[in-house]
Unconditional design. Structure first.
Length: 190
């Protein structure tokens, strides 16, 4: 849990480097002249970005729970389930697209398999998107609950929700406030 405290205590520019700049630099410095290589590297970049971003969302949502007032109850178990679903979905499909050799022969033999696959993939994708929005909702609600030290409604944390959603801008606003929150009180976070 000490790692989560380090993520919460990190400066906004460190979080930005970890989540946004590292995948961006990997994209720039890996040779991109070969389209097949770019296609193989895309899952790695997705995993780097999603992993860093997910780590930040997890650290805020779980790490700040000790600071939530005792009279406020947040559904942490629901958050954990909804957090894991898109991560597993993303890693699974990143792995499939990183090694597409087995897909060519499978879809050649059965063109209707593509339609059948889409009937499964589309609902999973939409549910995964719903789960991601819920995790942003939960992180922004947790953040604002700790900041205001009371029960909050969506109108109280709508701005933070959009800041979490548009991460490259939001991290510069949210993370300094988190640093101030954890700096104000020496109580351990986790």
């Amino acid at each position: 849990m000490m790692f989560m405290e380090k993520v919460l205590a990190a400066k906004h520019w460190q979080i930005f480097l970890m989540v946004f700049v590292l995948p961006f630099l990997c994209n720039i410095f890996f040779p991109s002249g070969n389209p097949f290589l770019v296609f193989k590297l895309a899952p790695l970049l997705i995993i780097l970005f999603a992993g860093g971003y997910g780590l930040w969302i997890w650290a805020i949502s779980i790490g700040l729970q000790k600071r939530v007032p005792s009279e406020v109850t947040l559904k942490v178990k629901k958050f954990k389930v909804f957090f894991i679903i898109p991560m597993v979905y993303m890693f699974f499909f990143s792995f499939i697209f990183a090694f597409p050799q087995h897909l060519d022969s499978t879809f050649e033999n059965s063109p209707f398999l593509i339609l059948q696959s889409m009937a499964i993939i589309l609902p999973l994708h939409l549910f995964s998107m719903f789960c991601m929005f819920y995790t942003l909702y939960f992180a922004s609600k947790t953040f604002k609950t700790v900041e205001l030290q009371r029960q909050v409604t969506f109108s109280d944390f709508a701005g933070e929700f959009f800041l979490f959603w548009f991460f490259p801008v939001g991290v510069w606003v949210i993370q300094p406030k988190i640093n101030k929150m954890i700096g104000d009180n020496n109580q351990p976070l986790v």
